[in-house]
Design a protein around this ligand. Structure first.
Ligand code: FE2
Ligand code: FE2
Length: 148
């Protein structure tokens, strides 16, 4: 019974996120960066299932955070340069997500698998919602203005 619960729980926690046309913004660099974050997030899911130790999990979390930080910086520069009206809102959403991810990393050495699960769930939800919502909205704006 315990084993069954454990498997079910992990199947849910290690959901895989798959890239699809729903995530495409039509801006090549942005699509490339978005897509590039999917694999490490899925790798983290596999690391959780495998029950990797704190050092390995820590490295994965920091690497994903760095990818996301770099992507946000690219995106914010692009939006600022093109006077996107929703720039402040985008930046605030990015900052909020980064703060949550950084807080999880800080507590990960003490409880790395629980931290990894939370980090993974947050990345999955956030990537899906943010890319298909606010990110696609700015892309529409930029493409309609012909700036790209
Ligand atoms: Fe964004
Ligand atoms: Fe984005």
């Amino acid at each position: 019974m315990t084993t069954k619960h454990y498997v079910t729980k992990n199947e849910k926690l290690v959901r895989t996120i798959k890239w699809s046309a729903a995530f495409e913004t039509g801006i090549a660099l942005i699509d490339q960066q978005h897509q590039a974050v999917f694999e490490p997030v899925n790798e983290l899911g596999r690391a959780i299932t495998a029950g990797l130790g704190a050092p390995e999990i820590g490295r994965l979390l920091r690497a994903i955070l760095q990818d996301i930080e770099e992507h946000f910086a690219t995106e914010e520069l692009l939006l600022k340069e093109n006077d996107y009206p929703g720039y402040a809102k985008q930046q605030a959403e990015h900052e909020q997500a980064l703060q949550k991810l950084r807080r999880i990393i800080l507590r990960s050495p003490a409880d790395h698998l629980s931290a990894a699960q939370e980090f993974h769930a947050l990345c999955c939800d956030w990537l899906i919602n943010h890319i298909s919502g606010p990110d696609r909205a700015y892309a529409e704006f930029l493409l309609s203005k012909g700036v790209l």
